[in-house]
Design a protein around this ligand. Structure first.
Ligand SMILES: Nc1nc2c(ncn2[C@@H]2O[C@H](COP(=O)(O)OP(=O)(O)OP(=O)(O)O)[C@@H](O)[C@H]2O)c(=O)[nH]1
Length: 274
């Protein structure tokens, strides 16, 4: 089964517009759609103070590169990568937001519809650690409670650490988030962050999809599944909120071939900025 969860609910900006249009291009013929024809995509927002390594992390994960230069993100960027979870294709859409407060009013619009978030701070920047609670609050304001990882980045600089291991673990427990320590520079644990979140979301979404399917098949006589509307809302406690978690089903791309061929293609697929 492949599910496509439409997550591009952000407004404004070329990236969002392109993404929205990509989704809206597909026309649906649900009566002839098979379970195999659906794919799962997850929107993940990466937040944290400026300079902690958010853009570097996304570049590392999606393009396999690291640069020493610091280029401040203006507004929002978007990259994606496809991986396989439990034999299913999962598209992870990574939204890179500017860390500076001056961009807050732009970036928060892009949190909407996110199914997971990454709160990043740097081992060598105390203020970025102290700001984590506030970043969590900002995401929650737009997305409610979603699977979240706290990332302590730049562990290659652990000798210059300005935060103790205890403090970090206590904060992660208090905020009820998984803690992952990374070095984007040395490529340590970066992939684990996104695999963990994708797995979590995949579990939640497939559970909810099954529930929706079961209840819809019970009502089959009057409401054939997916026949009249492409949208299933009220998907799960995590994904029920307003427009977030809107599920849209679309046919698989032409020529996607057998599932074995698809699987061969997907690993480490790189995607450009929209
Ligand atoms: N030593 C070390 N440097 C890193 C690591 N990750 C990122 N950097 C460096 O930290 C600087 C800032 O990285 P960015 O990825 O631009 O930071 P950002 O969080 O996206 O910053 P904003 O766009 O301002 O929000 C760059 O010079 C990176 O090369 C890491 O794991 N270790």
């Amino acid at each position: 089964m492949r599910l496509l969860i439409q997550t591009a609910t952000a407004t404004g900006g070329a990236a969002a517009a392109a993404l929205q249009s990509q989704y809206s291009q597909s026309q649906y013929n649900y009566s002839s759609m098979r379970e195999d024809d659906i794919e799962l995509a997850i929107k993940v927002v990466i937040v944290g103070n400026g300079g902690v390594g958010k853009s570097s992390m996304i570049q590392r994960y999606c393009k396999g590169i690291f640069t020493k230069d610091y280029k401040k993100t203006i507004g929002v960027d978007f990259l994606e990568r496809q991986i396989e979870i439990d034999g299913e294709d999962v598209r992870i859409m990574l939204w890179d937001t500017a860390g500076q407060e001056e961009f807050d009013c732009i970036t928060k619009a892009y949190y909407r519809g996110a199914q997971a978030s990454v709160l990043v701070f740097s081992t060598t920047d105390r203020a970025s650690f102290d700001a984590i609670k506030e970043w969590k609050r900002k995401v929650e304001n737009e997305c409610n409670e979603i699977p979240t990882v706290i990332v302590q980045n730049k562990i290659d600089l652990i000798e210059q650490a300005v935060v103790s291991a205890d403090e970090v673990e206590t904060l992660a427990k208090m905020l009820n988030c998984r803690l992952i320590r990374t070095s984007v520079k040395e490529d340590i644990n970066v992939a684990s962050v996104f695999r963990y979140l994708a797995t979590k979301c995949h579990q939640l979404m497939t559970q909810s999809y099954d529930q929706a399917n079961n209840s819809s098949s019970q009502n089959n006589a009057t409401h054939p599944p997916f026949s009249s509307t492409p949208t299933i809302s009220a998907f799960s406690p995590t994904f029920t909120k307003s427009s977030s978690g809107t599920i849209v089903l679309r046919p698989a791309k032409k020529g996607s071939g057998s599932s074995a061929a698809r699987k061969r293609k997907i690993v480490l697929k790189k995607c450009g900025i929209l």
